[in-house]
Design a protein around this ligand. Structure first.
Ligand code: MAN
Length: 352
């Protein structure tokens, strides 16, 4: 057993029924994958809220954004041109769609366990063509007083990385799509290294290459270059099909510690860790052979998409790392780890 997570006894911390839908006619199907930050002495979640209409017998229906409105697309489950094998995505007449439309919502907490929606903060919706199928899985990085929100922008044009910045969570600057499709899981470092911004991101290459984690540099946190592939999938292992960064790397005396997710061919999502050189983050020093967390609890094994633990946000207090994570793509949960414990489970000779 390699699972190091001390799960909160209060899990799941948030379930779909805990919030109100964003508009009439929709229900919340999933609350998942929160970005996490501290602001005004509170712990905040920027949670992904995935919605769709109440499903009717024999039909699949899902919303897409049209300007500020939504359009509901309805397809009969008997339609021979429909492929709905995956709860998350469908293919219809050769085109891909998502079964839910996601936006991002702010919640805050005094104790890191009980979260509520504060007054006076707007929800963050997709805006424009590139976000017509929603925005998802936001990482929040605080750099010199500015919060950088890097999230997945989804549309029929593909899946890419969008960026908005804010200093007060009331007004936002939209920096547009910073990394084009197919790309997601973009985590910006919370500190510059040798005067440059760094970010981890995850392109997907269909033929040569794969779903690997890359590193990029930037002079301003907006324009990214010098992309390098640093972490690949490992055939036949728990992270054999896809890997993607979690939240911003954690600075430790030994290096930048990154918690990442890995999935196998059966779509089981676990968490692992790797360590990057403090002065040159393109150097991978070590990586965990085995997961540090795997789906084990009932709420991780069954839900909208079972056998999933997925994180893109955490808080740190000394050696204590509290990760917030999406369980079974339906619930928001929390778990604690010892940073020293994760560091001691890294294998150095497997550095790639
Ligand atoms: C995958 C999953 C989904 C997500 C889409 C688009 O299919 O991660 O949860 O909605 O990608 O990002």
């Amino acid at each position: 057993m390699t699972d190091q997570a001390q799960r909160f006894s209060q899990n799941p911390l948030l379930s779909p029924a805990d919030l109100q839908p964003s508009r009439a006619g929709l229900t919340i199907t999933c609350l998942l994958n929160p970005g996490v930050f501290t602001f005004q002495d509170k712990t905040w979640l920027l949670v992904r809220v995935a919605e769709r209409p109440q499903q009717q017998e024999g039909m699949i229906s899902f919303p897409v954004l049209k300007g500020k409105d939504i359009e509901i697309i309805e397809i009969s489950v008997d339609d021979p041109e429909l492929n709905n094998d995956d709860a998350r995505v469908i293919n219809y007449k050769g085109a891909d769609y998502l079964t839910t439309l996601s936006h991002l919502r702010l919640l805050c907490s005094d104790d890191g366990v009980s979260f509520y929606e504060p007054e006076g903060y707007d929800i963050l919706q997709g805006a424009g063509e590139q976000q017509a199928f929603g925005i998802e899985d936001c990482r929040v990085a605080l750099i010199e007083g500015t919060y950088y929100l890097s999230f997945t922008s989804v549309s029929e044009q593909g899946v890419g990385v969008g960026l908005r910045t804010t200093r007060d969570w009331k007004t936002f600057t939209d920096e547009g799509m910073i990394i084009p499709p197919h790309n997601k899981d973009c985590a910006i470092f919370e500190e510059k290294v040798n005067g440059k911004f760094y970010a981890l991101h995850r392109p997907s290459s269909v033929d040569l290459g794969g779903n690997y984690i890359w590193l990029a540099e930037s002079p301003d946190g907006i324009h990214w270059g010098k992309h390098k592939c640093i972490i690949r999938t490992r055939k036949g292992k728990w992270d054999g099909a896809r890997v993607g960064a979690g939240a911003a790397p954690i600075k430790t005396a030994k290096g930048w510690l990154e918690i990442y997710h890995g999935a196998n061919a059966a779509h089981q999502y676990c968490l692992g860790a790797f360590l990057l050189d403090l002065n040159d983050p393109s150097i991978v020093l070590a990586r965990t052979d085995e997961p540090i967390m795997m789906p084990l609890a009932e709420y991780e094994l069954s839900g909208f998409f079972g056998h999933v633990v997925f994180t893109n946000g955490h808080t740190i207090n000394g050696d204590e790392l509290t990760i917030y994570y999406g369980a079974a793509d339906e619930f928001v949960c929390g778990a604690q780890f010892s940073i020293a414990g994760i560091l001691s489970s890294l294998t150095y000779h497997h550095a790639e």
